[in-house]
Design a protein around this ligand. Structure first.
Ligand code: 5AD
Ligand code: SF4
Length: 492
């Protein structure tokens, strides 16, 4: 396991989680089981898939043995993510042997990467569907019912599923993910995502705000806006939509941030629009890109109390030559300058990161630059990985994966140890302070404690007080910490 600190964006504890939802009434007698791997975007996509099939009368089940349709929503980011899925498919094989009518489908990034090859390699698979083809699922299932295998891995330049109202699954009714864009145009040389998720496109800003407002009305108190690179969000109303024809267009005309929305909406504008839904709705977002995060975004975060002071800013490496080979389009100085801007404009802001050790040709000295970057930023959290060559990526084509496994591992262990110290350092610095915490529910370890997150995204544990319920904000005086959690008590 190469993930250090699970959080809600790539939550190790949720990998393989099955999705269950309430039937919508038009039951067709068939049961769907869907299980997800990878990033938050994939979990959010599974909610879209469940919603498309619920419309066709599928009920969901948490037990694949009782399912008529079994879907696995897959991740390709590193080789071990794919191995995990292959092993899981073996477990589905015996269920299918008992129930030959069962439809087994592979969705998501691995489906897109391997396409029809999947059908040859894994005989039990009936359907292979890429991330932009989920609307076609009911037809594809019909094809399989008719005795064929089915594949749709077409990528789209437009699909954002903006009109699909995702059903919230296995939700605590307090936090929800809202996808604001799809795909990625960055072409980092190590990364498979541009190939599996296609071109970048931004979702209609009004549908994002409408979804967040509906969530707030249902009692949700925190939304996390999701995209591979949220800072390059850009959406412009179509000219036909701003002419005021039709009832939808009347909505289009009124900008929630004042005036007509004729200019394109950028990420700072979108953040503001969502923040204005209610001061009681916390807004988080992920992932930011160091090349694109602007002072305007930082100023918007600083301006609104309900936009959380927490930025996930993947550095990948602290060395400029390696960053250039990774095609990250920034160097060490640029990244440090962005960190300085965060500290200057927002001040008390948590920063987390992603780091890859042992990228092609990385020397010990270059690795030391990553270590000194950690010393400079003192990250609150970090997700750290050994470089895993992915077929078809620019790095796989251009560079040899020449850092030996034991060297990659040694470097990884070194930074994991260092990060543990900095996580502890950051949490210790909160002792004696009062944190505003959104109560999420009972702590996993004890039903005498509540758990929730601080503005800076730290997990906080404190004794249950009957006057406060999950979904409410409380002020918690921090008394102690481990390297992953703050502990304290509610103060009035
Ligand atoms: N090998 C290792 N880590 C990778 N990541 C992306 N591609 C690879 C790869 N080929 C990491 C990056 C990215 C995070 C989501 O996964 O750090 O930010
Ligand atoms: Fe998410 Fe990337 Fe994995 Fe696809 S490959 S599921 S985009 S992390």
């Amino acid at each position: 396991m190469d993930l250090l600190i699970p959080d809600k964006v790539h939550d190790e504890s949720r990998q393989g989680e099955a999705l269950v939802l309430e039937p919508v009434g038009k039951h067709n007698g068939r049961k769907l089981y869907i299980e997800s791997y990878g990033c938050a975007m994939n979990f959010s996509d599974s909610e879209i898939v469940a919603s498309i099939l619920a419309e066709k009368g599928f009920e969901t089940t948490s037990d694949f043995k009782n399912a008529d349709v079994v879907f696995i929503n897959t991740c390709s980011i590193r080789e071990n993510a794919e191995t995990r899925v292959r092993n899981r498919l073996k477990e589905f094989a015996w269920a299918k042997a008992k129930n030959p009518g069962m439809v087994v489908g592979v969705l998501g990034c691995m489906a897109e990467r391997l396409k029809a090859k999947f059908l040859e390699e894994e005989k039990l698979v009936d359907v292979v569907v890429g991330p932009d083809a989920y609307r076609d699922l009911p037809n594809l299932i019909e094809q399989v019912d008719g005795g064929q295998k089915a594949v749709n891995v077409l990528l789209s330049r437009e699909e954002t599923y903006a009109d699909i109202n995702p059903v919230r699954l296995n939700s605590n009714g307090i936090n929800a993910f809202v996808s604001i864009m799809r795909g990625c145009d960055n072409m980092c040389s190590f990364c498979v995502v541009p190939f599996t998720r296609g071109r970048e496109r931004s979702r209609d800003a009004y549908s994002v705000v409408a979804e967040c407002r509906a969530l707030f009305d249902q009692g949700y108190r925190e939304v996390t806006l999701l995209g591979q690179n949220v800072d390059s969000y850009k959406w412009k109303p179509l000219p036909a939509l701003s002419e005021g024809e039709g009832s939808d267009n009347a909505v289009q005309k009124v900008s929630p941030i004042g005036g007509d929305l004729e200019e394109a909406v950028n990420f700072a504008n979108l953040l503001e629009m969502v923040a204005l839904v209610s001061p009681d709705l916390r807004v988080r977002f992920s992932t930011s890109h160091p090349k694109d995060i602007t002072d305007e975004v930082l100023e918007t975060i600083a301006k609104y109390d309900n936009i959380c002071n927490y930025i996930h800013l993947p550095v990948q490496s602290g060395n400029s030559r390696i960053l250039d080979m990774m095609n990250r389009t920034y160097d060490r100085e640029w990244y440090m300058n962005r960190v300085d801007a965060i500290r200057r404009i927002i001040g008390d802001c948590a920063i987390s990161t992603d780091i890859i050790t042992g990228f092609c040709s990385e020397t010990d000295k270059e690795h030391d630059d990553t270590v000194t970057m950690m010393d400079y930023v003192k990250y609150d959290y970090a997700y750290m990985f050994k470089y895993s060559e992915r077929p078809g990526t620019l790095a796989a084509k251009r560079y040899a994966d020449d850092v030996p496994e034991d060297v990659k591992q040694r470097r990884l262990t070194q930074i994991v140890d260092k990060q543990r110290e900095y996580s502890f350092y950051r949490l210790q610095a909160r002792i004696g302070k009062v944190e505003k915490v959104l109560i999420e529910g009972l702590s996993k370890k004890s039903d005498k404690d509540y758990c929730g997150r601080s503005d800076q995204n730290a997990m906080v544990i404190f004794p249950v007080n009957e006057n406060y319920k999950p979904g409410q904000y409380v002020n918690v005086l921090i008394e102690r910490s481990t390297s992953a959690t703050l502990m304290g008590k509610i103060i009035d």
